[in-house]
Design a protein around this ligand. Structure first.
Ligand SMILES: [Zn+2]
Length: 360
């Protein structure tokens, strides 16, 4: 293996797809995330990757950890993640801890981490050991619930570009959402992501909130062992919300259910009860996989899709380049068609979707 550090894209650059990257540095091979989806049936191809020394997980969403069944193909390496992320992995998964914010060590390579403002336990990772690489995983600077630690100086950044060149701020999204959220509404949303974030927003606005079991448990976790990933000053409101939220099942108020796409669980049961009624409103706020019940309901006009931001906007990409001083940035989780717009906007940084990138 050459001495120079190299980043290899296995999946997740050039199209929306599962996160899976390989960082080779100091004679070690570190895999960054091993996702599945978000489209059904989409696996990263790790057949030719060979043996990996460690797997680092940025956060617990399916498109970052859903490929753990592929571990035998890469030699069952030790897994590194925060303790909050570890609790969301399949039972019995052994994990070496990474800090939520601070300096960790992976096989002798120092790794700085910070909270990603996107999911409980989620982190960005800044690698030393001659790599100059920052991997943002998914991140958002706009959440009122999840804390986001500023991105550090780095020469090369593999960054969350899930929204391509979109620059609509959350405030504007909220204005568009407001009329849809004013009455009785079902909001299928991830419990380990924007669900609690939207619920806190509506609770603070005086709405009656209802939770399915998974969302209630996630909000309780956020007031307990996962509280370190919260923004300052939200503990009290969140604890009140956890206590006062009613169970899902009645159409009144704002109901939060899982999964977001309606393919099973509490959401599927509530669809059965309510999809042929005129109320409550059905509002989808995030990625809808093709073929999911959520897609059908939006197509039929029974449901509405209005995005709630959980990924960075174009102006965040600009801030990222400016504050980190990055010379090279690699947009992940978006289509290749955004490359020219990103190259124009992020000058003088070199914006590339190359699949193999030597690191300086
Ligand atoms: Zn995510």
């Amino acid at each position: 293996m050459s001495e120079q550090a190299v980043l290899k894209i296995i999946s997740g650059v050039g199209a929306k797809g599962p996160a899976c990257f390989l960082l080779e540095a100091q004679g070690k091979r570190l895999m960054l995330d091993l996702g599945y989806g978000p489209q059904p049936g989409l696996w990263p191809n790790v057949d030719d990757v060979g043996r990996v020394d460690a797997l680092l997980l940025s956060h617990s969403h399916k498109d970052h950890i859903g490929g753990l069944s592929l571990m035998p193909k890469i030699g069952n390496p030790p897994i590194y993640a925060t303790e909050i992320t570890a609790k969301r992995l399949p039972a019995g998964t052994k994990v070496n801890p990474l800090p939520l914010k601070g300096r960790g060590d992976v096989l002798g390579i120092p790794v700085d981490t910070g909270r990603n403002g996107h999911a409980p336990g989620g982190i960005w990772m800044r690698f030393h050991g001659g790599t100059g690489l920052l991997y943002t995983g998914d991140y958002s600077s706009e959440s009122a619930l999840y804390a986001f630690d500023p991105l550090p100086k780095s020469r090369t950044i593999l960054f969350d570009c899930s929204y391509g060149d979109d620059d609509t701020p959350l405030d504007e999204r909220l204005k568009a959402l407001a009329p849809h959220l004013a009455g009785d509404v079902l909001l299928p949303a991830p419990a380990d992501g924007r669900g609690p974030d939207i619920a806190l927003h509506l609770y603070r606005a005086g709405q009656t909130i209802r939770f399915d079991d998974a969302t209630r448990e996630a909000v309780r976790d956020l007031t307990g062992f996962a509280r370190a990933c919260l923004r300052d000053g939200v503990d009290a409101d969140l604890a009140q919300l956890a206590e006062s939220a009613l169970p899902a099942g009645e159409p009144s108020g704002a109901t939060f259910s899982t999964p977001a796409d309606g393919a099973g669980g509490a959401t599927a049961k509530l669809f059965e009860q309510w999809e042929n009624a005129s109320q409550p409103a059905l509002v989808f706020t995030g990625y809808i996989p093709p073929g999911a019940p959520a897609e059908r309901l939006v197509k039929e006009g029974r449901g509405a899709f209005l995005r709630w931001n959980v990924h960075p906007r174009m102006s965040d990409h600009l801030t990222m380049v400016r504050t980190t001083g990055a010379a090279t940035v690699i947009p992940a989780f978006c289509d290749r068609k955004f490359l020219p717009a990103l190259q124009a906007a992020l000058k003088p940084a070199n914006v590339t979707m190359d699949q193999v990138l030597p690191l300086v």
